[in-house]
Design a protein around this ligand. Structure first.
Ligand SMILES: *Cc1c(COP(=O)(O)O)cnc(C)c1O
Length: 396
């Protein structure tokens, strides 16, 4: 017997829920890729992507996932033997660093652990110690999807300026673009990567590299770039269909156009940020209420360093694994696995993805199902979690 039949909810931190409208926009015959509607539409997509990133500079679109644009970012700006500083806060900046090493780039890694944000003072010290300015770029994630930490990207710009270090500032916003507030140009970010399948609500398969003038200048000396990954033709919209190194990702583009309409034209980017903030606070309130004296806790203690896209939850023993199983079997909800958690803590950890096409009833549904699962599995928890969540939502 199962109570899971009904609409399934994939509440993992990417791929995220796809709006029916996005799916419907993709459900069409193959379009002409040389002239007509698709070409015209892609020009509007480029302009709107820049609005979402809050940048006036360039964007290159690739048929790739996040790992692809990690590589694109590096090979357009670096040469073999160059050095980057990697700011690890869970799993993903480290992953970007692994890509760098695979390309023959040297990496200095500062690991801030699984439970805290980048410490700007330690970054400043590392930059000051680099008196020869060998570090060419700082690789950071705004949101680490494993730990659910949100890093202070604007603060990293201040640190670079204060230390007078010329390194480029690279930000991975794959988890959190159109979720957590971000201002590429105002924050002095030189390069930002993201993908289609999280905040942008489109299936996996499109990757984006946004780059400003300093990163564009670095392209001139980069010897790692290869023809497919070169961003220069991709940043020239008049040569649209070659941008993809061949056939355009036709249906993804129709889906993305629909998603951008929803984000920019209908809801508005600031309202999208606000919705995610309120829903995240509801989740935090529930977990904090359950946690009173029970060992249940948010992975990131500092509210100012928590993402609005994903929440990593810690429970004693193997309760995380058991709850994930119960929600799958009895609620039709799939929670995120304990990616990046230290091995001995992993059975206690799960993650909730709440990025993109997510609203009040979905978040309260997940929290209600978690509470039912804790009751069914006799996981000790304090009462009041759902009420705390409802209050956070009522406050708005
Ligand atoms: C999902 C994610 C990635 C990896 O993206 P893929 O599309 O799976 O390659 C990288 N960084 C962050 C922060 C992510 O959330």
């Amino acid at each position: 017997m199962s109570l899971a039949n009904g609409r399934q909810y994939l509440a993992i931190p990417g791929p995220s829920v796809m709006p029916d409208r996005v799916l419907q926009a993709m459900h069409r015959p193959a379009p002409n890729i040389y002239t007509g509607a698709l070409i015209d539409m892609t020009a509007t997509i480029v302009a709107d992507l820049k609005r979402v990133a809050r940048t006036a500079h360039d964007v290159a679109i690739y048929i790739a996932n996040g790992h692809g644009v990690w590589e694109a970012a590096l090979c357009n700006t670096m040469s073999r033997g160059d050095r980057v500083l990697v700011l690890g806060t869970g799993r993903f900046a480290q992953g970007w660093g692994e890509t760098a090493r695979g390309l023959g780039i040297a990496t200095d890694v500062i690991d801030f652990g699984y439970r805290s944000a980048v410490d700007l003072d330690r970054v400043a010290a590392a930059l000051r110690a680099d008196t020869g300015h060998r570090i060419k770029a700082v690789l950071a994630v705004q949101v680490d999807t494993a730990s659910s930490v949100r890093n202070d990207i604007h603060g990293l710009r201040r640190v670079l300026d204060e230390t007078g270090h010329p390194a480029l500032l690279f930000s991975d916003n794959i988890a959190c673009l159109a979720v957590d507030e971000f201002h590429m140009d105002d924050w002095g970010v030189d390069l930002m990567v993201t993908g289609s399948q999280k905040g942008l609500m489109v299936p996996p398969g499109l990757g984006f590299v946004f780059f400003g003038p300093k990163a564009a200048a670095a392209r001139e000396n980069a010897d790692l770039v290869t023809p497919y990954w070169d961003w220069r033709p991709r940043a020239a919209p008049e040569r649209y269909y070659q941008h993809f190194g061949g056939t355009a990702p036709t249906h993804h583009l129709f889906g993305l156009r629909e998603a951008l309409d929803m984000i920019l034209q209908e809801e508005g980017l600031e309202a999208v940020w606000h919705r995610h903030a309120v829903l995240a606070r509801a989740i935090w309130a529930a977990v904090e209420a359950w946690g009173a004296g029970t060992g249940i806790a948010l992975n990131i203690a500092d509210p100012g360093a928590r993402s609005h896209a994903v929440t990593t939850v810690r429970l004693p023993g193997d309760a995380g694994t058991r709850l994930r199983g119960w929600l799958e079997d009895q609620a039709g909800i799939t929670l995120g696995i304990p990616l990046g958690a230290p091995e001995d803590e992993a059975p206690g950890v799960f993650r909730i993805g709440h990025m993109g096409h997510v609203n009040t009833h979905m978040v309260l549904g997940v929290l209600g199902a978690i509470e039912a699962g804790m009751l069914a599995l006799e996981v000790p928890h304090a009462p009041g979690g759902l009420e705390a969540a409802a209050k956070a939502i009522a406050r708005g």
